[in-house]
Design a protein around this ligand. Structure first.
Ligand code: NAP
Length: 252
């Protein structure tokens, strides 16, 4: 790379929810910058694995269901035993449930909060213990526009992503002195499975596009540059930051 500060050669990254969407885009971008990648997925991640192998980097798939904290420690141990190190954790896996607040169910609350917030924290804790021991590491959480805004019909998603913003700052405060950077990326409207319902709704799709200064939905690959930056030595003094990658949505 032209600027070696952005070079991730020799580093190992874990990306959760890496079989598709934003996780796939980030995993490929990190591998293109030189990192070896542990893909954490509950579904078939072979497509992402092939894309990473094509960049010449090492890749492993770690099967795990992130609806509970049960696999957190195993994910870190398997990564370290397969690659010999862990430098970067991208907490990307997430779900969304839509319903009016008046009808929102406890199941839709718990499922979203567990995967998007509770597991994100305990996987970060497991990674943080390893990183603190080695005095280095970068954690990147995937936040949302709903880290800043209220949204509508997505009560648990908004609560979870607002929580991700708070936890990102808390962990940065506690771990900056241990050589670990903790930051977040807040994607705007990105064309993935997560937003399939919005894209399919003609009226909502038009309203969304009208508000995006860039005039288009984002693609998973649009998140790659921000992830490489936050994972790299170029961001060693960036702490607790939530970087919007949104085509200008928040600027409106
Ligand atoms: P996506 O295509 O639905 O991807 C979500 C990923 O998380 C998938 O790999 C999914 O696996 C995984 N996942 C969910 N629950 C899991 C579980 N219990 N165990 C293991 N993996 C699990 O949506 P996406 O848009 O790429 O979302 C990625 C992240 O970006 C999420 O945190 C989402 O909230 C956030 N985000 C997305 C947007 C957007 O506009 N798309 C905007 C802001 C934030 P399966 O394929 O097996 O379900």
């Amino acid at each position: 790379m032209a600027n070696s500060n952005f070079d991730l050669s020799g580093k190992t990254a874990i990306v959760t929810g890496a079989n598709t969407g934003i996780g796939q885009g980030i995993a490929v971008a990190l591998s293109e910058a030189g990192a070896d990648i542990a893909l954490v997925a509950r579904s078939d991640a072979s497509e992402t694995a092939s894309m990473i192998a094509a960049t010449g980097r090492k890749v492993a798939i770690i099967e795990a269901d992130l609806s509970t904290t049960e696999p957190c420690q195993r994910i870190i141990s398997e990564t370290v035993s397969q690659f010999g190190r862990l430098d970067i954790l991208v907490n990307n896996a997430g779900i969304i449930r839509r319903n009016d607040a008046l009808d929102f169910t406890e199941d839709d609350w718990d499922a979203v909060m567990d995967t998007n917030l509770k597991v994100l924290f305990f996987l970060s804790q497991a990674a943080g213990r390893h990183m603190a021991e080695h005095g280095r590491g970068s954690i990147i959480n995937i936040a949302s526009m709903l880290t800043f805004q209220g949204g509508i019909r997505v009560a648990s998603y908004t609560a979870s992503k607002s929580g991700v913003g708070g936890l990102t700052k808390l962990l940065a405060n506690e771990w900056a002195g241990k050589g670990i950077t903790v930051n977040a990326i807040a994607p705007g409207y990105i064309a993935t499975n997560n937003t399939a319902a919005l894209q399919a709704d003609e009226a909502r799709n038009r309203q969304i596009l009208e508000r995006i200064p860039a005039g288009r939905w984002g693609e998973p690959s649009d998140l790659g540059g921000a992830a490489v930056f936050l994972a790299s030595d170029a961001a060693r003094y960036v702490q607790g930051h939530i970087l919007a990658v949104d085509g200008g949505w928040l600027a409106r």
